[in-house]
Ligand binder design. Structure first.
Ligand code: TRP
Length: 368
């Protein structure tokens, strides 16, 4: 196998993507895509994985496929450079999952911290745990290996999935011979980008908490989220009071998003964020001014995304063709890997008739 740089990443289509996704992964994907440093970039819409905890609500997954693709296209994922594909239409992934399941113990799966946390969050501990959900890290290993991906850009919460995938690859290659590519996680270096909190300061943006800013939100909604819900420093009561910038959500968002150009355009009293923070800590800078600046920064970031989304929304036929063509390409890629895997596992009976000769020899020998 020639060594290539291949990226696979993906999302569960369970809702629209928000600013946390943008800062934590989408922006990075676009940069990687445009860097020209990769032989292949594949983006998987993981609808099968989404079904592992939404079996009773397939409509939700179906509806959100279009939302997620629109979000991709509107942030600058270019279907000419990145292959966008739909998991359920890639049968090789199902077959690979089935083989990999034999290489993983239930005890090992039970230790996965991300799955453990999700089981708690979804109440599966009381209701009963769907087997498909329990084993989804194995299916994710199938996703990654099917594309021969060596680089998997993901958030920190996905590190246990990559660990699991690497173990499967190592075990597979040891038993069946060097077949699969060992993948590596690529996580954002910048602390701010790893985990953008909700507007209320809670660790994560989540639909049920109502603390998200969606990429598709209109300016009014964004203003409402920032002015009405965004947490600052509870000890900063008067403008003249010294304030804290750490743990202050307004500054966390500014850390993740603002540039010196934003200051030049909207808050020329300061050259950069350091100067602004300095003033806030000293006292004399009000939360209203900070929020107003943040709203401008958010608008500058989201306005072009919103405009691009509107353009694609008017042409869903093309959006459909993009994922249809991307998926057709991914079928080829993943089928090729499955063929390699079956050959390594000696279950490639029908590729040619060579097993007839083998079986004849075997039977002849047994008679001797
Ligand atoms: N589990 C990932 C998430 O929840 C989505 C995903 C599915 C994925 N398959 C993948 C990510 C393969 C990277 C590679 O975000």
């Amino acid at each position: 196998m020639e060594k290539k740089n291949i990226i696979l990443t993906g999302d569960r289509p369970t809702g629209r993507l928000h600013l946390g996704h943008y800062v934590g992964s989408l922006k990075r994907r676009v940069e990687l895509q445009n860097s020209g440093q990769f032989d292949e970039i594949n983006i998987l819409i993981a609808d099968d994985q989404a079904l592992t905890d939404n079996a009773d609500n397939p409509r939700k997954i179906r509806d959100n496929i279009v939302n997620v693709v629109l979000d991709y296209l509107s942030v600058g994922i270019d279907p000419k450079k990145s292959t966008i594909c739909v998991q359920s239409a890639l049968p090789a992934l199902h077959a690979l999952t089935f083989y990999y399941l034999n290489l993983v113990t239930t005890a090992r799966l039970s230790r996965n911290p991300t799955v453990k946390a999700e089981i708690q969050m979804r109440g599966f501990a009381d209701e009963g745990l769907p087997t498909g959900f329990f084993v989804y890290p194995v299916s994710q290993a199938a996703d990654i290996t099917a594309f021969d991906a060596n680089i998997v850009p993901v958030g920190e919460d996905q590190l246990p999935m990559l660990e699991q995938a690497r173990e499967i690859v190592e075990k597979f290659n040891k038993i069946y011979g060097e077949t699969l590519v060992l993948p590596k996680a690529m996580i954002p270096e910048n602390e701010m980008q790893r985990r953008l909190p909700g507007v209320d300061g809670k660790a994560k943006m989540s639909k049920s908490l109502g603390n998200c800013i969606y990429l598709s939100d209109d300016p009014k909604t964004i203003k409402k989220q920032v002015n009405g819900k965004m947490f600052t420093d509870p000890e900063h009561l008067q403008i003249s009071d010294p304030g804290h910038t750490e743990g202050n959500v307004v500054f966390t968002y500014l850390d993740a998003l603002c540039t010196d150009e934003h200051f030049a355009a909207f808050l020329p009293d300061y050259a950069n964020l350091d100067e602004m923070k300095e003033h806030y800590r000293r006292g004399g800078l009000g939360d209203g001014t900070c929020k107003k600046f943040l709203i401008n920064v958010l608008e500058t970031t989201l306005e072009p995304i919103r405009a691009e989304r509107a353009r694609w929304e008017a042409d869903i036929d093309s959006v459909y063709d993009i994922i249809r063509e991307g998926t057709a390409k991914a079928v080829e890629i993943t089928n090729a890997t499955l063929a390699r895997v079956r050959k390594a596992m000696k279950i490639d009976y029908f590729v040619d008739r060579s097993v007839v000769q083998e079986w004849n020899d075997l039977l002849r020998q047994a008679k001797q």
